[in-house]
Design a protein around this ligand. Sequence first.
Ligand SMILES: [Zn+2]
Ligand SMILES: [Zn+2]
Length: 399
Amino acid sequence: MSTSFAPIPPIQKRTVGGGAGGHNGASDTTPRRAMMKSTLGPGSDGQPLSLHATFINPLANPKGIKLGCELCGKPAYIQCKDCRVTFYCDKEHQGTDFRGIHEKICSLLIPLRTPVSVLGSEEERIHRDKQTRHRQIQLLELSKTEAHKKLFEGQYDLAIPAALQALRFSMDVYGQDSIQLVPSYLLLGEASIGLKQYPQAEDYLSLAKWAILKVPDCEHRIRSQMHRNFGLLYASLGKYDDALAQLSQDIYYASLVKGPSILVFLEGCWGLEEGIEGGGGEEEREVLDEAQQAEAVQMLTTIYTFRTSFAASSTGPAEVNYVLGQLHHIYGNSERAKEYVGKALEVYEAVLGREHSLTIEARNFFKSVVKVGGVGRVTSAGTGAHHGGSAGRRRSIAR
Ligand SMILES: [Zn+2]
Ligand SMILES: [Zn+2]
C-alpha cells in the first residue's frame, strides 16, 4: 500500500448546469488547500473492476473551459469511462474518489452534468429545473450519508471525496453563503482532524462558524456540532482550555436540543454527581431514546478525549461545572445550579484569583442564582444563553 499526498481544495466550480459561480471576497482569501492522504496508488492491490479511466475526449470540453480534477481541482487528464462527466488529474485521485463516493453516484451524475438543450418551452424549462434540483438534493443526502459512514469507519481519506461532493451539491442547491453548507464543512473538518490535517480542519470549521454567525437563529443542533468539532480540534492540538470551553458550548446547545435528560446522563458520566446529596435519585432519571443515546455516545467520546488530557488544564473542570450550573439554572433547578456554579467559583478564585474577569462573572452569576432561584436570567455572554430562552423553560430536571 503506497502512501502519497495530494492537495485538495474543498470547492471546485462546476461547469455544467449553471452551477456555482465564483466565491465572494471573504471566502476567496481563505486558504482552501488540504493535504489528503490516500491509500490508493499505482501498484496497490488492483483497482476495482469498474474503475475505468480513459484520456479526456477533446469533445468533452467544447467551450474551452479547463477541466479540473474532481478531487484536487488541478488540471485533469483522464475521465471516468463510465459516466464520462467526471475528470481527474491521475489514477490515484480517481481511485480515492471512486471508493469514497463515485461508485455510488457515477451514473447519477450523468443527467446533472450533461449540458441540456436550451430549446423548449418555458414550461419545459421550469420542469427541468425542478427535476435537476430534486436530483441534486438526493445526491446531497446520499453524499452526506456516505461521508458520515466513512467517518464512522475511520476511513477519513475516503470521507473527504464524499463530503466534498456534499458541499458541491449544497452550493448548487442553496447557494454559496447558505447555512445549509455547514454540515458539509463540519464533515470536511472532522475528516481533516482524522487525517491530522489541522490547519485545513481549522479552515473548514471557520467557514462553518462564519456561516453560522450570519444566521442568528441557527439550529442548536448545528451549533452543538460545530463546537464539538472545534473542541476535538483543540484537544488534538493540545489546547485543552480552549477545547473545554468548546465542549461546554457543545453540551449547552446539545441539552437545548435533547432536553435535560441528556444533561443528567452526562453528569453521571462526568462523575459530577458525587457529593451532591438530596437532589439526585434514580426516580428522576429518564431513559434516553435512541437518538439521544447516539448523541450521548458521541459526546462521551469527546469527553473521554478531554478527560484523558486533563492534566494540562487548570480550570477545565470548572468550565464544565459552570456551564452545567447555567444549564440547571435555565431548567429551573436552582439548588443544583448553586452547587455547580459554587464549585466553579471555588476553582476560579483559587486558580485565577478573585479579581479575574471569569471569577467576577461566576460570582455575580452565583449571587443571582441565590437571589432569584430558578427564574433569573443567565448572564454569561460566553454560552450564547440568549438563544436558549424558550427551550430553557421546557421543564426542570428534578421535580
Ligand atoms: Zn487530483
Ligand atoms: Zn463515473
